[in-house]
Design a protein around this ligand. Sequence first.
Ligand code: PMV
Length: 333
Amino acid sequence: MSERVTAVAPANIALVKYWGMRSEEPLRPWNRSISMTLSRSVSTTTVALLGSGREDEVFLAGETGELRSAPGAFVERVVAQLRRLRQRAGRQEALRVATRNSFPAAAGLASSASGFAALTVAAAELLGLGSSPDLLSTLARDSGSGSAARSVLGGFVEWPGEEEPESPARQLFAATHWELCDLIAIVDERPKAVSSRAGHRAAPSSPLFAARQERLPARLAAVREALRARSLADLGPPTEADAAELHTVALTASPPVVYWRAGTLEVLRAVGELRSRGVSVYWTMDAGPNVHLLCEPAQEEEVAVAIERLSAVRRLIRDRVGTGPRLSEEHLF
Ligand code: PMV
């Protein structure tokens, strides 16, 4: 094995969601989205050059360093991304990949965003494509996980939609701008039954899809302004409204897509109760049953105690805004 590169890349939580694709290949989102990059929910991915005449190899890495084979559908997505990156770099060598998440995969916690961001950052470095954020963002987007385009940047990030089809995601504000917390209430760790890809495909069939699109420009402006002003009271309402609309669009699509579980509602009720007691905390959810709770560090403990007490909550991940991907010397093999 000649050379290897390891990258650690974070998940992100969308404040205004990307939901619906204009085209799948190349991936073009229906609408602009804004997210916060996390710091503790990360994927670590090592990529190494194999000798010529070999096939790509893809492994999942366990906590104790053991490598095990990855499911076929996952291997296919990874190998397809390696092909795109090799083609871009004008290289031919087969690659070995191992990856590990610090959090449950495929449960609506953006594991594909962090995973494909880490794969893209590591492979781009190894293949000599460099580390320009614009290039990494467009390469990560082409993996098929649109939200990966945002995970290559830290802080608060905006990914343009159809009106700027080629443009990469861009940082709106660095992580140091506002130390926002994201407490992730896990009510179900199992992989979700319907992929976000299937949800994106179904979305435009909802009679409410067009109504959401009409409301987005004002919502995006409100979220940008609330971030600029570091005002959770102004950020929370449009963020909750957007998550509620995404899940309403999903429920009213054909076929209907249901990501919520009973435990989801228990958490949302608890957020309502906390707010009625004057605690500033707001919820959002991606394409899964688990609930992200946004609050400031001064409220983190009170929110965590109230949410961990709920019978529906299996565990709580205490995350925060983060600075984006980094290279690491701690290789997985
Ligand atoms: O990145 P994808 O293609 O898995 O889609 C992500 C969709 C949402 O997480 C629901 C919204 C978003 O903008 O992250």
